[in-house]
Write a protein that binds this ligand. Structure first.
Ligand SMILES: Cc1cc2nc3c(=O)[nH]c(=O)nc-3n(C[C@H](O)[C@H](O)[C@H](O)COP(=O)(O)OP(=O)(O)OC[C@H]3O[C@@H](n4cnc5c(N)ncnc54)[C@H](O)[C@@H]3O)c2cc1C
Length: 252
């Protein structure tokens, strides 16, 4: 992200010397890689026994990129064209996410919602994948930012809008952190609605450019169609840059 100038953080914390995070090994019946496991190191390590992993990694950038790039960074960035997210999906892998609040294990199939196909209407330009809404052109958003926190994944919408996805009757819950993107400053006001088969299953009060981000959870069990709707909250749609950050659909 920094290499391509997509992210320009004011402060960078270097965690490179936390030794235990570069672990790569086998645990019970799984391969386990720490957050700092480098792509090049995993490629070398996997060559003998896990040729699919080594073969996929050889297609990632070039040696210098793989020497620096981490497995976790690629998965968190989750570019739909990248090798590692596709590989994790193909192998039915999991990501173990840890923070001061605790730990959770996320199946790869639950991790990459913004890569799913969708149809959308949007109040300003197109809905963007993994960036804010930006302006009228496709691909002109910035990294999703809510209250100073950046999100690698999610959808950047603009009220009034509706993103429709097919669930195929097989999913149980939808989660996201929603809010007006920081690019709108203190402006913007919207309401978020989650609909399953045209029935509202979750919504927010009015969220403005000065509101804290809202964690949204919706029960979508058994539904066929999911609609992620933002309305203008009754005051027009000026700067209604509405993010669905970290949007995830959890499926069976
Ligand atoms: C010139 C170039 C060519 C490339 N070519 C390819 C290619 O062909 N195929 C391919 O798949 N990739 C490619 N990449 C991507 C590259 O291989 C890395 O995977 C990617 O840049 C991530 O790098 P990183 O590990 O330094 O993560 P960062 O850039 O530091 O982080 C990426 C994102 O993940 C988040 N993140 C990082 N680590 C964690 C963590 N432990 N927990 C939670 N979030 C985290 C960061 O906050 C950030 O949002 C290319 C990159 C460049 C610069």
């Amino acid at each position: 992200m920094m290499n391509f100038r997509l992210a320009r953080p004011a402060v960078v914390v270097d965690i490179n010397r936390i030794g235990e995070l570069d672990r790569v090994g086998e645990e019970a019946d799984a391969l386990v890689m720490g957050a700092l496991a480098r792509q090049r190191a995993v490629e070398r390590w996997a060559r003998a026994e896990f040729p699919l992993l080594a073969t996929a990694l050889r297609h990632v950038g070039h040696d210098a990129i793989r020497t620096r790039g981490t497995i976790a960074g690629s998965l968190a960035h989750a570019d739909p064209a990248a090798e590692l997210p596709a590989l994790l999906l193909c192998l039915d892998g999991h990501v173990r996410a840890r923070s001061a609040r605790g730990e959770r294990t996320i199946a790869a199939r639950d991790l990459f919602v913004s890569a799913l196909p969708f149809q959308a209407t949007n109040g300003w330009g197109p809905v963007e994948r993994d960036t804010s809404n930006g302006e009228q052109a496709a691909g002109d958003g910035r990294p999703i930012a809510l209250d100073g926190t950046m999100y690698a994944r999610g959808l950047g919408a603009h009220a009034p809008g509706d993103v429709t996805m097919y669930l195929g009757h097989n999913c149980t819950s939808f989660t996201a952190v929603v809010g007006i993107d920081d690019e709108a400053g203190a402006s913007g006001s919207v309401r978020y609605h989650v609909l399953v088969d045209n029935r509202e299953v979750a919504s927010t009060d009015i969220v403005t450019g000065t509101s804290a981000p809202v964690s949204l959870t919706a029960d979508i069990t058994g539904g066929d169609w999911l609609d992620l709707v933002v309305d203008e909250a009754g005051d027009g749609n000026g700067l209604d840059h509405a993010d669905w950050a970290d949007a995830m659909i959890h499926c069976n």
